[in-house]
Ligand binder design. Structure first.
Ligand code: NAI
Length: 672
């Protein structure tokens, strides 16, 4: 028997402590080899039973991150996937059936397969540390739990709580997990071992679930509850785009009365889901995300203090986001009244983020300071500028602050359209300027574009990437060119949508065509949300640089109709929501969708040709995380690949002959 992943330690009470410690890795993954090794160990215990078994991790602040997703990508067909699932099931069933108490002792991250392993044990206990996070996030990869987690989580917490965590994929704190009875006990980290010992030696009886909770799992009630669940899921994901949540609800509805059957069907369902295009693309998105994170790991950049200049929409939110992430921040604005609003808005952000955790809210408040005179500049390791979008104003500011900055501090601008070279010329040390382009709303948008100006020092670019990653964002290094990556790819798509409104197609039809494709919001509603004035200014810059035709609608903008913020744009807004005409229709919705999508992917191929980012995959990553582009399609370039270049090429040619040269294929198509 090999002991590569697991070490057995027997104590005086004959408790077998099973230490999980994947070699040469910072984290444990429940890979097939680790499953096999553990299975052999448990088989050994079946023959020579210890007093009890406790499973724990030797990794710092993490238990098990989940299954090894790389292994999923190697599954070619359903049969292979099913064999894969069966290995996991065999192990979990063996642990569950072991004739001595079994305890999972969790500290730190415990996700997916880690939670399923813990659920197969008699007792599941966890530290109350803030790094302990427990969840079943498989749905985010286009599958659902496949190592027995569906039946066992429902058995422990009842269907409502268990289905909620599986359908959302969210990770819970130990406190929240205890509240829904997913875990048996939550104790301070220093008491975790003695708590595990207590459970191992005393094997206390678990209380049955309350009658009402058990009733929700009964055959007569299941169809009703399942239909409610389907409705809720449908408001977020269409079954043809994301089948996994619907499969999970069916699995529960049909099999919840019989655990053995549910376990068997679970394996089959996941084997089927794992080989769908959706799952493959969502796994791809997971790796794209890891790729972006790794961009921020190349250098170490210890930031003790952040200074933000401009307390408006962006600067204010960047400052409060940094405080939420635990950084000491000063925020400066020329207007004291504006600054007062900035701090007020930050309070709101802190409450939204931390809810009733008053200690966390207080800590964030302590970290954020209003700084009208800019006293924080002297001690900042990074100064983030987010003032008006005006090159002259920005340059004047830089000239006045540079002498006050620490010699090695970096200066980052949030400009969305000004060339970095036009700004850095006024600096004594132009190499210290880099773009740090956040998206609005800062708290929700995961991507930050790091703009590499012609004069930016490479180390400064790397430090900016590291900073963005350290504040919990996904950093993407982008060449300094008009619109950078995200706005450039998004703008032709939005302009096409506005052109169609000019032609008389209803905004509702256009937005529906986009959401049917899988976009989170239609382009017309998006333009209204961003603000039509902002859209117009970005469109102007891009139209000049790239020769994009501007639709009349956008040229003749009324100050009173700037979108959601003025109560009217393309739509009228009531209580912050667009009033839509449900009856709006058009006889060729497919063409509407093609026009939108083709403009977007054509611009993506142009960005690839121009080397706006360093590698092909980063275009897909940027567009997915910067615009919300349908993740299940894997990104615009992946979409071209999976739909067939010839197919889409034909669509482009047809659109070009009907609508003109804005549909002319970029030369980049030849290199795809
Ligand atoms: P905003 O108008 O809401 O805020 C700008 C703030 O800067 C104002 O509070 C103003 O008082 C302050 N300010 C102006 N000059 C100053 C100076 N010399 N010293 C100190 N404070 C000064 O603008 P917003 O929308 O926050 O934009 C800021 C920057 O972020 C711009 O460069 C913009 O292009 C960029 N950006 C904006 C996005 C958006 O969606 N609004 C998205 C991404 C980038």
């Amino acid at each position: 028997m090999s002991d590569k992943y697991w070490k057995i330690e027997k104590d005086d009470n004959n408790i077998a402590w099973l230490h999980f410690d994947t070699p040469d890795s910072a984290a444990n993954l429940l890979a097939q080899a680790a499953i096999k090794e553990l299975d052999e160990i448990i088989q050994g215990f079946e023959k020579e039973l210890p007093q009890a078994v406790v499973i724990l991790s030797d990794k710092k602040d993490s238990f098990v991150f989940g299954a090894d997703i790389k292994e999923f990508t190697a599954l070619d067909n359903k049969e292979q996937a099913l064999a894969f699932m069966h290995n996991g099931h065999a192990l979990m069933n063996r642990i569950e059936a072991l004739a001595c108490p079994t305890v999972s002792m969790v500290h730190g991250i415990c996700l997916g397969g880690g939670t399923e392993l813990s659920l197969a044990c008699d007792y599941f206990i966890a530290s109350d540390h803030k790094k302990t996070k427990i969840g079943l996030p498989e749905i985010k990869l286009g599958i659902h739990p496949g190592y027995g987690g569906t039946a066992r989580s429902i058995e422990r917490c009842g269907p409502l709580a268990a289905m909620n965590i599986m359908l959302t994929g969210r990770a819970l704190t130990a406190r929240a997990a205890k509240k829904i009875k997913l875990i048996d006990e939550m104790v301070p980290q220093r008491q975790l071992k003695s708590a595990a010992e207590h459970y191992a030696l005393n094997a206390p009886k678990r209380k049955p679930l309350p009658l009402l909770t058990r009733l929700t799992n009964s055959a007569p009630l299941r169809p009703l509850i399942a239909s409610q669940m389907r409705k809720q899921v449908a408001s977020k994901a269409k079954p043809e785009h994301y089948p996994a949540p619907y499969t999970l609800i069916d699995l529960w509805q049909k099999n919840a009365g019989n655990k053995k059957q549910m376990l068997e069907k679970e394996a089959v369902a996941v084997a089927e889901l794992a080989t769908t295009d959706t799952a493959r693309n969502l796994v791809r998105v997971f790796f794209l995300q890891e790729n972006l994170k790794s961009q921020g790991k190349k250098v170490k950049f210890d930031v003790e203090h952040v200074h933000v200049i401009g307390g408006g929409i962006m600067g204010g939110d960047i400052a409060s986001w940094c405080a939420i992430q635990g950084y000491s921040v000063t925020v400066q604005d020329q207007s004291p009244e504006r600054l007062a609003q900035t701090i007020k808005r930050a309070q709101y952000s802190f409450k939204k983020k931390f809810k009733r955790d008053r200690r966390a809210i207080r800590d964030a408040n302590d970290l954020l300071m209003a700084d009208h005179r800019g006293a924080g500049i002297h001690r900042a390791d990074i100064v983030i500028e987010a003032i008006f979008e005006d090159a002259e104003v920005k340059r004047a500011l830089y000239e006045s602050i540079e002498p006050k900055m620490k010699p090695d501090a970096i200066l980052a601008t949030n400009t969305s359209s000004i060339k970095l070279e036009d700004l850095s010329s006024c600096l004594q040390n132009p190499g210290r300027l880099v773009g740090l382009h956040f998206f609005n709303p800062v708290a929700l948008m995961p991507l930050v574009e790091i703009i590499r100006g012609n004069e930016s020092d490479e180390n400064v670019v790397q430090q900016a990437l590291a900073f963005a990653k350290n504040i919990g964002k996904l950093p993407l290094a982008v060449k300094s060119s008009p619109g950078f990556l995200v706005n450039r790819i998004l703008m032709p798509y939005i302009l096409e949508a506005v052109t169609m409104v000019d032609e008389g197609i209803a905004p509702e039809v256009i937005d529906k065509a986009a959401t049917d494709y899988g976009m989170p919001m239609g382009p017309i509603e998006l333009a209204d949300t961003v603000g039509l004035d902002i859209c117009k200014s970005v469109a102007n810059i891009l139209s000049e640089a790239l020769g994009l035709p501007l639709p009349d609608n956008l040229k003749q903008l009324s100050d009173k109709k700037l979108g959601k913020k003025t109560g009217e744009g393309f739509y009228k807004y009531k209580d912050g929501k667009p009033v839509k005409n449900k009856k709006a229709s058009y006889d060729n919705p497919q063409e509407v969708q093609d026009r939108l999508v083709m403009r977007l992917i054509n611009e993506a191929t142009a960005c690839l040709r121009e080397g706006i980012v360093e590698e092909k995959d980063l275009i897909d990553a940027g567009v997915i995380f910067g615009t919300g582009f349908a993740p299940f399609r894997g990104g615009p370039l992946e979409y071209i690949r999976s739909s067939g270049i010839d197919n889409l090429s034909k669509t482009m040619d047809q659109l070009q002959s009907k609508f003109g040269d804005r549909f002319k294929k970029d030369e980049g198509w030849n290199n795809l």
